[in-house]
Ligand binder design. Structure first.
Ligand SMILES: *Cc1c(COP(=O)(O)O)cnc(C)c1O
Length: 404
């Protein structure tokens, strides 16, 4: 039976149990192979790959460490009260990141929505129930952001009902501030593109008694960024759990002032009268995030860094040849600061997309990022041990083949 026929067969599956049994490797729960030996990706025809690109949501982020998986497994065997767990874990996490309070959210994006919602409503349940309807409620409704910090993810903030007010200069900020201003928002990954840096942003806000929030979703390493921004005076900080920290991809942290976190909690499950009911994290994510963070703070980052440097050198050496113009290893100035390799060539006939596809559809499949027309970008920080050698070999093969 051809693959296409099997896919066609899926549409009649509910009426053809017996036939399905002959198509699929299992027929009933009893007859199913053990989940450990079962390769669901293969069964479903879903391509897996070596990730030489980085932590991208469309590539399912990062891989959780075994201790996170073990925690999730253990957590899944007991019931507890969700609020009780968030209280206790929040307290521990707050201490770890030097914040007044913290809560596990389902990502940095939801952390932004919840943090701003907490600022808007405080702990007034009647106000919580009104969001995203701010008009006529007496609540504030504007968020000031630098134009250079304005990205699609602003939607996390406008989800509360607020609108964004873009500024460029200090004078713009002063002019934009009014009785409706709820927050001044800062996007760390674009910090160097804006005219106003962190300290000045916070000082301007404090002078005008306006809370500040910052998105540092992809900004560890360095590990010190976990507390740096509280110390700089930001009222809340959000970070992704499923990037370098390697917690669950569906987790993140909202950290900051006690009253903001208390307000944010009212917008979260188990409560359902709010905009955050769909942003659920259960005990598995909460505890998985907690141990991921605990380990992230305790392990040897210098050693890991050296491994990354070694692995990227292995790949660079394999890529170096007369055909390739430049191979450079650099550190991105902001966001995912890990050793990054750029390989570029001058032959205009060879497009980076072509090389990307050769690697993607080769064996094993490898994902890299293409960059402009004639270069690709590789990172090693989400790879498994030994995969750097495979990437090096495949890259050399393809570069030799397509650059001639
Ligand atoms: C990844 C990312 C987000 C989204 O984070 P999630 O944890 O996936 O919700 C938001 N902002 C920036 C800058 C990011 O890099």
């Amino acid at each position: 039976m051809k693959r296409r026929d099997i896919i066609k067969g899926l549409t009649v599956l509910p009426f053809a149990g017996g036939i399905a049994g002959s198509i699929f490797p299992y027929q009933s729960v009893l007859g199913a192979p053990s989940p450990v030996t079962r390769d669901l990706f293969k069964e479903l025809g879903v391509r897996t790959f070596i990730n030489a690109a980085g932590t991208y949501t469309f590539m399912t982020g990062s891989l959780m460490h075994d201790y996170v998986i073990d925690t999730i497994k253990t957590a899944s065997k007991e019931f507890c009260l969700l609020d009780d767990l968030q209280d206790k874990v929040g307290e521990k996490i707050a201490a770890m990141v030097h914040a007044e309070a913290a809560v596990v959210t389902c990502g940095a994006f939801s952390g932004l929505t919840l943090g701003l919602a907490g600022i808007l409503t405080g702990t007034d349940v009647n106000k919580v129930k009104l969001l995203p309807q701010l008009e006529g409620s007496g609540m504030k409704s504007e968020v000031i952001v630098q134009k250079a910090h304005s990205i699609d993810y602003n939607h996390a903030l406008t989800n509360t009902g607020c609108k964004m007010v873009e500024v460029e200069t200090v004078a713009d900020v002063e002019k934009a501030i009014n009785e409706k201003t709820a927050m001044m928002f800062f996007l760390n990954i674009e910090a160097d593109k804006g005219k106003i840096m962190h300290e000045e942003w916070v000082a301007l806000a404090k002078k005008n008694k306006i809370p500040t929030g910052i998105d540092i979703a992809a900004d560890v390493p360095p590990v010190s960024n976990l507390w740096k921004f509280h110390e700089l005076g930001f009222d809340f900080v959000v970070i992704s759990g499923g990037k370098a920290i390697r917690g669950p991809q569906s987790a993140g942290l909202l950290m900051g002032k006690k009253d903001i976190i208390a307000g944010a909690r009212l917008h979260m499950p188990p409560r359902g009268f709010n905009i955050g009911r769909g942003m659920k994290v259960n005990k598995e994510e909460v505890l998985g995030m907690y141990v991921a963070l605990e380990h992230y703070l305790s392990y040897d980052h210098d050693k890991e860094w050296k491994t990354w440097e070694n692995n990227i050198a292995v790949i660079e050496n394999a890529a170096k040849s007369d055909r390739v113009d430049t191979t450079i290893i650099f550190l991105p100035p902001l966001g995912n600061i890990t050793p990054t390799l750029e390989i570029s060539w001058s032959n205009p006939g060879v497009k980076s997309k072509d090389l990307q596809e050769k690697l993607r559809y080769g064996s094993p499949s490898i994902e890299v990022m293409s960059h402009q027309d004639n270069s690709i970008i590789i990172t090693v920080w989400v790879m498994k041990q030994g995969e750097e050698k495979i990437v090096a070999r495949r890259l050399k093969e393809e570069l030799t083949a397509i650059l001639g």
